[in-house]
Write a protein of this length. Structure first.
Length: 221
């Protein structure tokens, strides 16, 4: 399973890229708003993210309400850099836009996917990436991991005539990361805090402390 970073924060991207584990970045309106950026800065900000991870897919979301609006946004965003992927919601308008953009060779990440039918429709319309959400199911006391596993099973059983990768999204915990991999997700898009937690384990910390302590004994001997 590959890791994408789920953030619009340039410092977080810079650091995670330096770890050598990041294969792409996903953003959304909420994540961009958290940076304090204004609408006028949006496209420039996407350009900066693309520069930080050249050649790696960077998802930039359209907020348009019509298929025509989404296509217009997508063409403008795709012109920012070769590695821009257009993020569109799964909806009749989103599917129509995805279909048109796939024919133009513009890659789409279809987002806000919660069910197997939505995932199948997204892939069938031409989406390059399909993003089923985990954490938002947990938020309403449903089993997000089980839903994700169902989407992985369904998508991996079909040939859509083009490459489709599943991005486990709305990943909030290291447990979600593990379950996404076990479910067969191609990619998990992970917030930086969750990525940092995924590196940690109390036994790693305890083991390291013991090694340091014993090394001091060797140095003092
Ligand atoms: C990424 O593609 C999604 O927009 C993101 O993972 C949603 O995460 P959230 O449910 O924690 O907001």
């Amino acid at each position: 399973m590959k890791f994408f970073l789920d953030t619009a924060d340039l410092d977080e991207i810079r650091e995670a890229v330096s770890w050598g584990v990041i294969a792409g970045v996903t953003t959304n309106q909420t994540l961009f708003a958290k940076t304090g950026g204004k609408l006028a800065d949006f496209e420039g900000h996407i350009g900066k993210i693309c520069e930080l991870c050249p050649g790696l897919p960077v998802s930039a979301e359209s907020c348009a309400e019509t298929a025509e609006g989404m296509i217009e946004d997508a063409r403008r965003l795709a012109a920012i850099a070769d590695n821009v992927v257009i993020k569109l919601p799964v909806s009749p308008e989103g599917l129509a836009a995805t279909h048109a953009l796939a024919q133009e060779g513009i890659a789409v990440n279809m987002t806000l996917v919660f069910t197997v039918p939505q995932a199948l429709l997204a892939a069938r319309a031409g989406a390059r990436y399909v993003s089923p959400f985990v954490g938002r199911f947990d938020d309403i006391a449903e089993d997000g991991v089980a839903q994700l596993a169902q989407v992985c099973d369904a998508i991996h059983g079909y040939d859509f005539g083009h490459e489709v990768e599943i991005i486990g999204a709305s990943i909030r915990t290291a447990h979600h990361v593990a379950e996404a991999a076990l479910a067969g997700c191609d990619i998990a898009t992970v917030p930086f805090n969750t990525l940092k937690k995924a590196v940690q384990h109390p036994l790693t910390e305890r083991g390291l402390a013991l090694f340091m302590e014993d090394w001091k004994k060797v140095e003092q001997a």
